[in-house]
Design a protein around this ligand. Structure first.
Ligand SMILES: [Zn+2]
Length: 78
């Protein structure tokens, strides 16, 4: 019988993988979806980025969004 070790291996693999799969499902379910993916324009490089992931800077009461810290710094520096 050559099948027995293979079957045992598959059984062990399934037992080990099931908790991992369950954890992944829980993560997907509990992932926050509060903010809608609104697009904003980076005034420095003219790139559109997702608002929830953009770098936010408040400048004289006006909120500006940048694609990266680098662009935020460039804008602040003039
Ligand atoms: Zn940019």
């Amino acid at each position: 019988m050559r099948l027995l070790p293979i079957l045992l291996f598959v059984a062990v693999a399934v037992v080990l993988l099931l908790p991992l799969l369950r954890r992944m499902r829980v993560r997907v379910r509990s992932a926050p979806r509060a903010l809608p993916d609104e697009l904003v324009k980076d005034p420095v490089c003219q790139t559109y980025i997702v608002k929830s992931r953009a770098v936010r800077r408040t400048d004289a009461g006006q909120v500006r969004y940048f694609c990266s810290e680098q662009c935020a710094r460039l804008d602040a520096g003039g």
